[in-house]
Design a protein around this ligand. Sequence first.
Ligand code: ADP
Length: 262
Amino acid sequence: MGHGVERDGVTMLSFQDVSFRYDGDTSYVLDALSFHVAPGEFVSVIGPSGCGKSTIFRLVNQLLPRESGTICVGGLPIDGRRGYCGYMPQRDLLFPWRTVADNLRLPMEIQGGYSRAEMQARVEETLRHVGLAGWGDKRPDALSGGMRQRAAFARTLLTGSELLLLDEPFSALDFLTRITMQEWLLGQWERDHKTVLFITHDVEEAIFLSSRVLVVERTPIRQLRSFDVPAPYPRTRACLTRPDMLALRESLIALLRQEVTG
Ligand code: ADP
């Protein structure tokens, strides 16, 4: 199956005429926004700070209530549902007093229905999966920044959701750790076939990872402008020097600068 190809005509995530403003605000952050993400896509959302990217995520995971419109995941409205998406914020938010394994058990404890042995087995399997076998009984502060983000990603995977929302997960890491984590995440995605929605303000990160980039052009957000990323998968960083990738990078930077300078 090729990435970015819609399966069975079902979308993984769809916004239909979604509007939202924060309590007490007169201006909207989202104004009748519609967009779709297909199963298995890796889609980045880019735009200047404060344009509403995280608000989109908070609407998907129902941390915020929308004013109108419909949001569907897997073809069904999200209202009244739980566990349909995994969310990973910028800072890892691992509880420092719990061991890594205890942190990873959390989504299953919240969902319920797992025996202790089942939880243990799934935690160990996922730790191996993200290259952290043997680190389960350590506390988060014993891990490096990159390892903590891998542990946080493992916890996101353990929600069991097909849709992963990653909100600037690598922006607090130093440059070399960040590019290593980007390659690592691509490897995970190519193996797991999850659908990823990824927020970043780093244009190069967006085009290296994504099959498609959605650009927030202005707030209130009425539409997202979509750009297909031409390099095929599997990718290495060498793809960033392809002429078509350089051209895409430059046009996205030009578009974002236009927004910032008005
Ligand atoms: P981004 O993720 O693109 O940086 P956000 O989605 O966090 O942007 O914010 C979009 C807009 O909504 C910004 O103008 C921000 O000031 C405003 N905003 C964010 N959170 C709140 C809040 N809790 N209450 C009021 N306004 C908010």
